[in-house]
Design a protein around this ligand. Sequence first.
Ligand code: GLA
Length: 374
Amino acid sequence: MAEPAAISKAGRWRAPGRVNLIGEHTDYNDGLVLPMALPMGMTCTAAVRPDGVVRLRSAQAPCDEVEIAMSALAAAGWSELPTWAHYPLGVIREFERRGHEVRGAELELDGDVPIGAGLSSSAALSCAVAIALRDLFAPSVSAAEIIDIARTAENVYVGVPTGILDQSAAMLCTAGHLLFLDVRARTHEQIPFDLQRFGLSLLVFDTGSPHRLVDGKYAQRRAECATAADELGVPFLRDATASEVERLADPVLRRRARHVVSENSRVLTVAERLRRGGDPREIGPVLTAGHASLRDDFEVSAPRLDTAAAAALVAGAYGARMVGGGFGGSVIALVDTERAANVVFTVRDAFARRRFDTPRSFEVTPAAGAHRID
Ligand code: GLA
C-alpha cells in the first residue's frame, strides 16, 4: 500500500517487563502478588494513520511487516500472521470492542526484555501498544482498563488464559518499589525496595530453558485450581485455608491448592517484613520456600530452574526462586552485592557441569511502569 499523505507526528511509549518477587500462580486464584518493573522494556513508536490501515513492524522480526485494513481486522486469518502481531492486533480489537475507535495506526515495536525468559515481554508489548493507542485515540481510558485490554488481548487473541499480574506490573509499578497487589480487591500499595542501602543485589538468571505458556500446561494448572476450589466449595482458592486444602481427596489437586494457599501467605509475610523497613535478608528463606512449593506442589519448575536456584544458594544467596509461569524461564537470587560475581560464577559452573548452555545473568532494580517517552 502507498504511504498515506498525512501520518501524524509519531510519539514513543514504553512499558517494562517484570520480575515477581513472590506470589506465583496466585493472580488467577484471586490472590496476592508482589512484582517489580524491570529496567528492560518494550517500546512502541506510534502515529495515527488517517486511511484506516494498521501497519506493524518489529525490530525483533524485521522480515515480518504486517499491514492490514481496520475493516478487515475482524475477519483476518490470524493464524497466518506472526505470533508477535497477535498482541498489538488483539489490543486494537479490544479497544474497538469497547467502543474506542482506532482509525488506523503505524506501530513500530522494539525492546530489550529477553523473549521467552518468563520476564513478561508479551505484557510489556501489549501495554506499550495500549498506552500509545490510549493517548492517540482514547485519552479517557484508565490504567485499570488498559490492564484488562492487554490481558484480554493475550487471553483471547493469543490463547493463553493468564491472570493480571504481568499487565498490572507493567502499568502500576513505580521506580524503587514493589507493587503489592490484591487481585480480588484490585487495590495496590507501593512498598519501597531499596536493596542498595543494605548492600544487597537482586540477580536474574535467564536459564535459556524456553518458557512457553501456549502449550497448555499453564491452562491445565489454572483448570486444576478451579476444580480444587469447586471441590472445597469456595469461589477461588484465595478463600481456602491451609487445613481445608489437606482434606482434598485427589493428591494432585491437594498439592496445587496447597501451593496457592501457602504462596498467598508468603506474599503477606514478605510484604509485611519489607513494609516495616526490615533487612531484606530476612525474606530470603521465604523466597526459597516459594521455589520449593512451585517445584514440589505446583510442579511448574524445570531442571535448569532448580539447578540455578540451588547453585545460587550454595554460593551464599539469601533466597532464590523461579519467577513467572514456569516450565522454563528465569530465576531470581537475593545476594550480598559483594558476593554477586561469585554467585554468578557458581551458577554458571553448575550449568556447565550439567552441560546446560551458560545462563544470561543481570542485576535488576525496580524501575518505572508504563509511560510516554517523547
Ligand atoms: C504468567 C501469567 C501471570 C501469572 C504468572 C504466574 O506470567 O501471565 O498472569 O499467572 O504466570 O504467577
